[in-house]
Design a protein around this ligand. Structure first.
Ligand SMILES: [Zn+2]
Length: 338
């Protein structure tokens, strides 16, 4: 065990005691895509005692460009990401617990998922889940590390409950403009998520070893534009609904995306969280990068992945030819954003 971790134990800030803390700790990673595969790999190799990996998705060929834990065999076997990640990582480190959880993380199940963990890592691709993580982090006083990457840019920030600004101090969560870009429409090169995820993993090691050198800024970079920025905050926002007033609106389900099967139509309706007024012009322009788009003043029809989705101005959508609500939510989030 000592030999396996010897190189990181040489670092004075880690040492024997730091490694003991890492080995006795438990982490939950939510989302196992470009960020998540790198984070999971780093935590497992560093010897974090229990690594739980929650993800709702399956692997597709366009994931292999940046999601380092997966290969073509996983796709042929039609494996969920959480299971493929667990299988690969158990071969890397058999001395710890690696648990893949195939689940759509939402307000109804997140409290169960985070029970007993020391840290939550954000590997998601949408704001709604991040606000949800933020709420549960505050409620149960578990630190979390935000990470986001798209195109050639990345961002990360560490949230220590009631100590640093929380995610909602920084980004107001009441209005979802649905202008959020996604990797499906804006694209992504692998270094953007890999750098972000590596910074997140470093934060995880600092938090788990009890280091005082936790990053308290928002780190923001563009690998193509050669820009690396650290944005400092002036403490927490006293008006923040979450950490200022303990109103956990995402955890209470107030702003959650809801799905319903439409009886007899083999379709699923997706209701977006919050108030949305979509501009079809802007949405169409983004979606054209990913599929075929047609629209009139009432409705936009989008065709991709052999699937059709009808989207209305209030953000409501109908995903056709499926009765799988999680698939429909994933499809919606992937292209419209959340
Ligand atoms: Zn806050």
């Amino acid at each position: 065990m000592i030999d396996r971790y010897s190189r990181q134990m040489i670092i004075p800030e880690i040492g024997v005691e730091g490694q003991r803390r890492i080995s006795n700790s438990s982490a939950l990673l939510i989302g196992c895509g470009a960020l998540g595969t790198v984070i999971a790999s780093a935590l497992v190799r560093a010897g974090v005692g229990t690594v739980k990996i929650a993800d709702r998705d399956f692997i597709e060929y366009h994931n292999l460009q940046r999601q380092i834990l997966f290969d073509e065999d996983d796709i042929r076997e039609n494996l969920p990401k959480a299971i493929a990640a667990e299988r690969h990582l158990k071969k890397v480190n058999s001395e710890i617990v690696v648990q893949g959880i195939v689940s759509d993380v939402n307000y109804a199940n997140i409290e169960d998922l985070v029970q007993g963990v020391d840290i939550i890592l954000d590997g998601t691709d949408n704001l709604e889940t991040r606000f949800l993580i933020n709420d549960v982090s505050l409620k149960l006083k578990i630190p979390w590390v935000y990470g986001g990457a798209i195109d050639t840019v990345g961002m990360t920030m560490t949230i220590i409950p009631y100590e640093t600004p929380c995610f909602r101090c920084i980004i107001p969560g009441e209005t979802f403009s649905a202008k959020g870009l996604t990797c499906e429409t804006a694209g992504v090169i692998s270094p953007a998520p890999w750098i972000t995820a590596s910074l997140q993993a470093a934060e995880a090691l600092k938090i788990l070893t009890g280091s005082s050198k936790i990053n308290r800024d928002l780190i923001d970079f563009d690998v193509w534009g050669n820009r690396f920025k650290q944005l400092k905050f002036n403490g927490r926002n006293s008006d923040c609904p979450a950490c200022g007033h303990n109103r956990f609106e995402f955890l209470d389900g107030k702003f959650s995306t809801r799905t319903t099967q439409l009886c007899g139509q083999n379709s699923v309706q997706v209701l977006a969280p919050g108030k949305i007024a979509l501009s079809f012009e802007a949405l169409a322009e983004r979606l054209r990068a990913a599929g075929k788009v047609e629209y009139n003043e009432f409705m936009l029809r989008f065709f991709a992945d052999s699937r059709e989705m009808m989207i209305f101005r209030d953000g409501r959508a109908i995903v056709k030819d499926t009765d799988d609500e999680i698939y429909a939510k994933t499809f919606y989030t992937k292209y419209v954003g959340a």
